[in-house]
Design a protein around this ligand. Structure first.
Ligand code: SAH
Ligand code: MG
Length: 215
C-alpha cells in the first residue's frame, strides 16, 4: 500500500476551511485521514454531494497524493433542505434567470482556487442516473448527497455495489439519536449496509461512519 501523508498543507487547509459548505473542520480532517488509508490500486475516490466544493477540498489533495482522482457527483440543484423556504437555503445560490439553485459555478471556483482541477472531476447529474451507468470500482465512496428517504435509499442501492472489495464506504450525517439530526443516512444507508453483511464498521467519528467492504 502507498504511504501517504495524512495532513493537509497549510495552503490546502486554508482552502478547505475557507470553502463554503457543510463539512465541519474536524470531520473534514477525519475524512482526509480515512482517505489516506485507502489502497488506490482498488480504484478512484468518489463523493456523492459536492455542493460548493468543501469536502472535495479535504479529499482532493489526498486523492492527488495517492496518484488517483476524486469524482464529485452532484446535480447542483440542491437537496430538499436547500430549497427556498427550507432550513438550509442560501438565496445567493439561486440562478436568477432560471429561479433554480445552481451550485456548479461555486463548486468550480472553489476547486480552481484550491488548485485541484486536475484531480477533482465534477460529474453533473442525478446521482442514481450516474450510478446506474457507472462501472469503475471505487477505493472510497463518500455519501453526502440528498438526505431525504428516497435519495438516501437510492444512494445506498445504486452506489454501494461500486465499492471495491476492501474499499471504504464513508457516510456523512449519520445520527443514531433523532435528537441530533435527520434519520435517512442512518436508516437508509448505514443500517442497510451493516445488515447486508457486505460491510463492517471500522470507525465512527462525529457523524461520519466508515465501513469496509468485505474482500
Ligand atoms: N459535501 C458537501 C455538502 C453536500 S450537500 C460539503 O462538503 O459541503 C448535498 C448535495 O447533494 C447538494 O449539493 C445537492 O445538490 C446534492 N444532491 C442531493 N440529492 C441529489 C441527487 N439525487 N442527485 C445528485 N445530487 C444530489
Ligand atoms: Mg453532510
Amino acid at each position: 500500500m502507498t504511504e501517504v501523508s495524512v495532513g493537509l498543507t497549510t495552503e490546502e487547509l486554508r482552502h478547505a476551511r475557507g470553502a463554503r459548505g457543510f463539512m465541519p473542520d474536524d470531520e473534514g480532517l477525519a475524512l482526509t485521514r480515512v482517505a489516506a488509508s485507502v489502497d488506490p490500486s482498488l480504484g478512484p475516490l468518489l463523493e456523492v454531494g459536492g455542493y460548493c466544493g468543501k469536502s472535495a477540498c479535504y479529499l482532493g489533495p489526498i486523492a492527488r497524493r495517492l496518484g488517483t482522482v476524486l469524482f464529485s457527483v452532484d446535480h447542483h440543484r440542491g437537496s430538499e433542505e436547500n430549497q427556498v423556504g427550507w432550513e438550509w437555503h442560501e438565496s445567493d445560490l439561486v440562478d436568477p434567470e432560471t429561479g433554480l439553485m445552481d451550485t456548479l459555478p461555486f463548486f468550480r471556483r472553489t476547486v480552481f482556487d484550491a488548485g485541484l482541477e486536475d484531480t477533482v472531476l465534477a460529474v453533473v447529474g442525478e446521482s442514481a442516473a450516474v450510478a446506474g451507468v457507472w462501472s469503475t470500482p471505487l477505493s472510497l465512496l463518500f455519501i453526502d448527497g440528498g438526505h431525504g428517504d428516497q435519495p438516501a435509499a437510492d444512494d445506498y442501492e445504486f452506489w454501494t455495489p461500486h465499492v471495491a472489495p476492501g474499499g471504504l464506504l464513508v457516510i456523512h450525517d449519520v445520527f443514531e439519536d433523532p435528537v441530533d439530526g435527520g434519520r435517512p443516512p442512518y436508516e437508509r444507508i448505514y443500517l442497510p449496509a451493516l445488515e447486508s453483511g457486505r460491510f463492517t464498521e471500522v470507525e465512527a467519528y462525529g457523524s461520519l461512519r466508515v465501513l469496509r467492504s468485505r474482500v
